[in-house]
Design a protein around this ligand. Sequence first.
Ligand SMILES: [Cu+2]
Length: 129
Amino acid sequence: MTGRMTSWFILPLLLLGACRSATPAQGAPTVDLTEFSIMALGTFDAGPNAITIHNDGQFGHTLVIADKDGTVIDVTGVIAPGESSVYSVNLNPGTYELSCRIVIQTGEGQLIDHYQEGMLTAVEVGASS
Ligand SMILES: [Cu+2]
């Protein structure tokens, strides 16, 4: 009787282990910001994500997460040059646009729009595994 109960408890643990190892290990979601590009690395999963954001540039940058219709889901504060931040956000499956929306004015009065300069990229969020 005891042996039979033990096997019932072991089976779910083995299945859980099999599911974990079947998940492709592509790394934690990471976003690199610089002038003027955004690079998304790693896997963005449905559900909670802890996104590590690096500002490798010389200006402050933000990360704006919008859905495919352009609706803003979440916005970070300004991330200073050389700083890193971990940002938590819940995502549903789908396509998202990551961008920076800072607009600065140079001493000569010229406007530099980070989004128009190329700070945008798309990420796919798959169904949760
Ligand atoms: Cu920016």
